[in-house]
Ligand binder design. Structure first.
Ligand code: XLS
Ligand code: NI
Ligand code: NI
Length: 437
């Protein structure tokens, strides 16, 4: 029963010639691409914190979002109404998955006991709504950055008491995720980094973070939670340096502390750009190490240097992302979570629909284009032929560790000055562009 968005129709696929803004032009959930439905490839998820809790305030002004279902209180009724509005939204959008932080869905209480009771109650509501609406939890997480006690971090706080609070909170957030059948649980560093090195014992904080994650792995095992654990890299903001800086830094950390078997990565586009990487770089780095698990689909603004969480509407970007995802055979239990918010000026409820439609259609189109690029093969062949000299006996001996520097010298004398070939960068970029239609 439509209650909160009664003036908005179900969003349906109408095809690329439709002029109806409240329809999909490209996302056709059951259409097949490379032998799988778009729904399965894309596994879209909606972020409760942005879609239901973000009032669109910014450091310079108050919230603008019109949310008739939300009276701004932490009452039980309001908490439940928000959840009801959310599931109605998911239904109308045809989005199958969602993600939340513990504190987005359930308010903190005056004591740990009361906070836990609030969360338990809400988990019961979420469970019923999931069943009624046929929705799934992609991942849950704990908000370890909002409360003032986490001002200096949570698992990397200078205070062992804060560390303990964070541990208890993560325990309950994993319980909630487990209870709701979540397919993953995310650790985003929040304030796990430093504001300044003048007061920071960096090695100790990194070690503490590793021990914290160890305990989470141990807990997961004991309760039998089989969902994936993800780390979400981010280089900075709100800290000036975050320990999960980027994919390479996370991999180094996970390997150093012997955690690499236990974690995959949830990679966010705007975090990649904050780290001065392209999203494709981050995805390829993770995929090569077998840890590309899930994606926070958003994008930054080219002129702004912070995590603006724009909805992803860049077709080139979506195509690059889906090309990597297709190459690794999909995201498995992961998905594309719109960790994205509307602009402050897009404050009407209908803008939530426009924003998600824009993101979903962009990715559907990116998926189709990426599949076309793959079946055409010219771009893949260009890379393969560029490295063709490595498919040789010398290449085999280098890869197998047999080859010595003397062998290389002998080979160099034999072949003489190598013939160097053009990289054809612009030709290939033009070829890529030809697919964007
Ligand atoms: C913040 C992060 C956050 C995580 C979940 O920048 O993207 O939203 O995805 O805690
Ligand atoms: Ni995120
Ligand atoms: Ni982010």
């Amino acid at each position: 029963m439509a209650e909160f968005f009664s003036d908005i129709p179900d969003i349906l696929f109408e095809g690329r010639d439709s002029k109806n803004p409240l329809s999909f032009k490209h996302y056709e959930a059951d259409a097949m691409v490379e032998g799988r439905s778009m729904r399965e490839h894309l596994r879209f998820a909606c972020a409760f914190w942005h879609t239901m809790r973000n009032d669109l305030s910014d450091p310079f002004g108050a919230g603008t979002a019109i949310m008739p279902w939300d009276d701004g209180t932490s009452s039980d009724q309001n908490t439940e109404r928000r959840i009801n509005a959310f599931f109605e939204f998911l239904d109308k959008m045809g989005i199958d998955h969602y993600c939340f932080h513990d504190r987005d869905v359930a308010p903190a209480g005056a004591s740990i006991d009361e906070t836990n009771r609030n969360l338990d109650r809400v988990v019961g509501i979420l469970e019923r709504r999931q069943d009624q609406h046929g929705k799934k939890l992609l991942w849950g997480t704990a908000c370890l950055f909002d409360h003032p006690r986490y001002v200096h971090g949570a698992a990397t706080s200078a205070s062992i008491d804060v560390f303990a609070h964070a541990g208890g909170q993560v325990r309950r957030a994993i319980d909630a995720t487990h209870h709701l059948g979540g397919s993953g649980y995310v650790f985003w560093g929040g304030r796990e980094g430093y504001s300044s090195l003048i007061n920071t014992d960096m090695p100790r904080e990194r070690e503490n973070l590793a021990r914290f994650l160890d305990m989470a792995v141990d807990y997961r095992r004991r309760i039998g939670f089989e969902g994936r654990f993800y780390i979400e890299p981010k280089p900075k903001e709100p800290t000036s340096h975050q320990y999960d800086f980027d994919v390479a830094t996370c991999l180094d950390f996970l390997r150093e502390f012997d955690l690499v078997e236990e974690f995959m990565l949830n990679i966010e586009t705007n975090h990649a750009t904050l780290a001065s990487h392209s999203m494709e770089h981050e995805l390829r780095s993770a995929a090569a190490a077998g840890v590309l698990g899930s994606i926070d689909a958003n994008m930054g603004h080219p002129h702004l240097g912070w995590d603006t969480d724009h909805f992803p509407t860049d077709l080139v970007l979506a195509t690059q992302i889906m090309r990597v995802v297709l190459e690794q055979g999909g995201l498995g239990e992961g998905g594309l979570n719109f960790d994205a918010k509307r602009r402050r000026g897009s404050f009407e409820p209908v803008d939530l629909f426009h924003a998600h439609i824009a993101g979903m259609d962009t990715f559907a189109r990116g998926l189709k284009i990426a599949a076309a690029i793959r079946s055409d093969r010219r771009l893949d062949d260009a890379i393969q032929s560029r490295y063709a000299s490595w498919d040789s006996p010398l290449g085999d001996s280098i890869r197998s560790g047999q080859c010595t520097l003397e062998d290389l010298e002998k080979h160099a004398i034999e072949v003489g000055e190598p013939a160097i070939e053009s990289g054809r960068e612009e030709m290939l970029e033009a070829m890529f562009n030809d697919f964007l239609r």
